[in-house]
Design a protein around this ligand. Sequence first.
Ligand SMILES: [Zn+2]
Ligand SMILES: [Zn+2]
Length: 258
Amino acid sequence: MRLFDTHCHLNDEAYQGDLPAVLTRAREAGVVRMLVVGYDLPSSERALRLAETEAEIYAAVGIHPHEAVSVTPAVLRRLEELLTHPKAVALGEIGLDYYYDHSPRLQQQEVFRQQLALAKQTGKPVVIHVREAHAPLLAVLKAEGGLYRGVLHCFSGSKEMAREYLDLNLHLAVGGPVTFKNARKLPEVIKAIPPDRLLLETDAPYLTPHPWRGKRNEPAYLTAVANRVGAVLGLEPAEVAALTWKNGAACFGLPPDP
Ligand SMILES: [Zn+2]
Ligand SMILES: [Zn+2]
């Protein structure tokens, strides 16, 4: 069984002390492909450094909505440079976060638009983050026009909301929250996602799945997400792994084999 963790932050300082052990546990668990996602310029550069040394790691580079307030034309030019790296396979994470509001909303929208334009220009898929901002996010996506290659990460919205993103051609990634006891609606939503649009992710070090909840998350725990999604869909974990591997390779334009 081989699993693709399509969203983790091994570039986070949480792994500074023991990254080799984290990678060993990931391999032992069958997680042999990981997309390490940036959230500002330094973390995007760290994602690329990891991708250079580890064959199974690919990088997404981008500015998280939390950091929108720090974006200048020079930051966008640097991002454009980083996107020319052969292992910079996606632009992310980008989007809107109206829960924390770390950056003014209008500025979040502007930086999201600018990065969507960069994705279009470079032909790279997008990794989208949204919290408490589905309607404005969809408005921007629709206003920028056309279909998108990419993913809405850690999806936890309704079936109706899922439909909106699927209609824009996006994949939907499911993470640790699907294993939580209070995730009552999520199984029904997962059943409604077409099998070829479903991806798995950990969002490590955040959103640790049951039974490790409370601990730091890491890619090895993706097995718990695969098991739970399998139970929901009536599939073996190995079938879920194969399906989501294939979908991830298609979404990010990666080789079919590790
Ligand atoms: Zn996110
Ligand atoms: Zn993330």
